[in-house]
Design a protein around this ligand. Structure first.
Ligand SMILES: [Zn+2]
Length: 60
């Protein structure tokens, strides 16, 4: 049985992903995130997407 989840970064649905801080991200985004240095503007984009996804899971 396989379950597809939607990546919080690129919105792709894939079985090949992981949960990072309870936020689901696909393999491609995980690899890109790991390969992006913290001072790269794209890194901030990833962090923002993650934070947004994380926030939306917690009912306020
Ligand atoms: Zn992705």
């Amino acid at each position: 049985m396989s379950r597809k989840d939607q990546c919080s970064i690129c919105s792709r649905e894939t079985e090949e992903g992981i949960y990072l801080l309870r936020v689901y991200i696909c393999e491609a985004c995980e690899a890109e995130m790991i390969g992006t240095p913290a001072d790269d503007p794209r890194y901030e984009y990833f962090v923002k997407r993650m934070a947004k996804a994380h926030k939306s899971m917690i009912p306020s």
